[in-house]
Design a protein around this ligand. Structure first.
Ligand SMILES: NC(=O)c1ccc[n+]([C@@H]2O[C@H](COP(=O)([O-])OP(=O)(O)OC[C@H]3O[C@@H](n4cnc5c(N)ncnc54)[C@H](OP(=O)(O)O)[C@@H]3O)[C@@H](O)[C@H]2O)c1
Length: 289
């Protein structure tokens, strides 16, 4: 059984990796209290002690607005910590999978979704820190893997409320919820992320992979679909422009944050990443459990 060490195992993605893959892999997932990823000594000890076959870095400062407010913390958790882990792990021949984001792009590519070959150009502190994190991890070892994901949704209610949870809660209360009419996205259900990570680990894949739903919608259409699938009042979903919606946010957002997933699908087939509708139906079926 392969041993996988996860940092960020209590987070939205990390916790689902643990739930779904713990029968297949021996998973070691120290909590934040046990291991602070910015403490180099603790990091070295846990890697030496656990001797994993693979490391997943799913920790970090993941709120865009927090990263804008606290850029040093964003750099510490999104760049320096994974850089040190990757360097130390490489010295023991251990590859690392680093989660990154669509925010490494500036969102100006309106004609076609972003592929792994597109040149990143982040506009927020979060995006800049994640891109630098990617580069550090990639430079540490040729077997390392970068997985860029976009708007991951999950049944898990994390400390920080996410878009989909907020939308469901707001609509359930009978209040209106705004969807952005001119932002294009391909949100992905967390179980698809985990299934993809499983295949990437199993196959020893390296390099950059984009993960998202197979198709694309506007943010507004996405909330409409969500409302419909959860039998909530679709009339409460109101459209708003990108400029209007994000005008008071700390971090600059991106308009076309769509990730092209064909590299992954070409390698692993069409049955892993679902369409937006399929993802939402799967999400709902798990939500009701
Ligand atoms: N979710 C998305 O939609 C999305 C989209 C694009 C990219 N990503 C990337 O995917 C990765 C995982 O995202 P997520 O949404 O699952 O994150 P999350 O729910 O915010 O979880 C972050 C994790 O990092 C841990 N952590 C934070 N500071 C730490 C520290 N100093 N030492 C040790 N652990 C620490 C947290 O533990 P505590 O809670 O105990 O502090 C938590 O387990 C991130 O790298 C993120 O940038 C996510």
């Amino acid at each position: 059984m392969l041993k996988v060490l996860i940092f960020g195992g209590s987070g939205l993605i990390g916790s689902r990796v643990r739930e779904l893959l713990s029968l297949k892999y021996q998973i070691v997932a120290p909590s934040h209290l046990q291991i602070d990823v910015s403490n180099n000594k603790q990091i070295e000890q846990i890697i030496k002690r656990s001797k994993p076959n693979y490391i997943i870095y799913a920790a970090g400062l993941t709120s865009m607005d927090e990263a804008e407010k606290f850029p040093e913390l964003a750099y510490s958790l999104n760049v320096h910590a994974p850089a040190h882990i990757a360097k130390f792990a490489a010295s023991m021949g251990i590859p690392i999978l680093y989660f990154s984001t669509d925010a490494v792009f500036d969102g100006s590519k309106s004609e076609k979704s972003y592929t792994e070959d597109d040149k990143p150009h982040p506009v927020s502190s979060y995006g800049k820190s994640k891109l630098l994190g990617e580069q550090m991890v990639m430079n540490a070892f040729e077997r390392n893997c970068i997985v860029r994901v976009i708007m991951v949704y999950s049944r898990k209610f994390t400390k920080r409320k996410r878009f989909v949870q907020t939308a469901i809660e707001t609509l359930k209360k009978g209040e209106k919820f705004y969807g952005v009419i001119d932002q294009v996205v391909n949100p992905i259900y967390v179980d698809d992320v985990v299934a993809a990570v499983d295949l990437l680990l199993e196959s020893g894949s390296y390099g950059i992979y984009h993960l998202g739903a197979r198709d694309y919608v506007t943010n507004y259409e996405f909330v409409k679909k969500l409302a419909k699938i959860f039998n909530l009042n679709e009339n409460l979903v109101k459209g708003i422009s990108f400029e209007e919606f994000f005008k008071e946010k700390n971090a600059l957002r991106t308009k076309f944050c769509w990730l092209d997933t064909s590299k992954f699908r070409k390698k692993f087939g069409e049955n892993v990443l679902h369409s937006i509708d399929e993802g939402l139906y799967l999400f709902k079926s798990n939500f009701d459990l």
